[in-house]
Write a protein that binds this ligand. Structure first.
Ligand code: GLP
Length: 241
């Protein structure tokens, strides 16, 4: 795993945005796997800035998002569909039909998961997958578990994740208890993986991901087996390595 150390969140965002920008310049019709959470917001802001300056063109870029809460409508401000439109898609020249987020309103979870997995295959797979990191080592919404889930599936969120994500909702009760997420197998099929992390509260998860035992109780630890992973993280997040 290649590690790029930055002094703070701003530098982390800029360096990670540089890598995404390079991907788009090298392959204008690339498939980007995108992530939500607070960590990537600075990256999206930076990409929008470069787009506005005329340095980036999203017209042929395709995207697939990692995950979505089950039960939220797309116009719900806490849905990841809404998040992506708000932070990136509505601010650049990407074609709506080239953007994909699992549909949280589909009741038949199995059908939605199979559809999403087949969609990624039909796009030719992901060129560059962006990942944030949960405090418990989750990636996407692949929570600590007894095994590594292979494909897109419906998960029960852990109390730790509900607790961490309640800051975006009026109360913990409003956080959905389930989500659709790409599986670990789906993520590992990406050509390149870019993980971003900042802040001291990610330091344990970063250390476990980089040098811990490969173990489904720390889902991100599987990334040690991928041959093209770049971690861009600030000093605080790297402080336990
Ligand atoms: C959520 C998302 C993850 C994200 C994680 C960390 O659970 N499903 O994809 O990586 O939160 O979020 P944050 O960047 O806000 O710490």
């Amino acid at each position: 795993m290649k590690i790029i150390r930055t002094k703070d969140y701003e530098e982390m965002s800029r360096k990670a945005a540089n890598l995404i920008s390079a991907q788009i310049l090298l392959k204008p019709d690339c498939v980007l796997g995108l992530a939500t959470g607070s960590t990537p917001i600075g990256i999206y802001d930076q990409l929008v800035e470069w787009y506005k300056k005329g340095d980036l063109d999203f017209s042929t870029v395709k995207t697939v998002n990692l995950d979505e809460y089950k039960g939220l409508t797309r116009d719900n401000e806490q849905s990841y569909y809404y998040f992506m439109h708000h932070h990136l898609f509505d601010r650049v020249n990407i074609d709506e039909e080239n953007t994909h987020v699992p549909n949280g309103k589909v009741e038949n979870g199995d059908e939605e998961c199979l559809r999403y997995e087949a969609l990624i295959e039909s796009m030719g797979g992901v060129d560059l997958q962006l990942l944030g990191l949960g405090r418990n080592g989750h990636i996407g919404f692949n929570e600590p578990a007894a095994d590594f889930p292979k494909i897109t599936h419906c998960v029960d969120l852990t109390e730790s994740t509900i607790e961490a994500n309640k800051r975006f909702f009026a109360s913990a009760d409003e956080v959905p208890r389930q989500a659709y997420t790409m599986g670990i197998g789906t993520i590992m099929k990406a050509d390149k993986i870019l993980v971003v992390a900042n802040g001291e509260d990610k330091a344990d998860a970063v250390a476990a991901m980089v040098q811990g035992k490969i173990n489904p109780e720390v889902p991100a630890s599987i990334l040690q087996l991928h041959n093209n992973v770049i971690l861009v993280a600030d000093e605080a997040a790297l402080s336990k390595l």
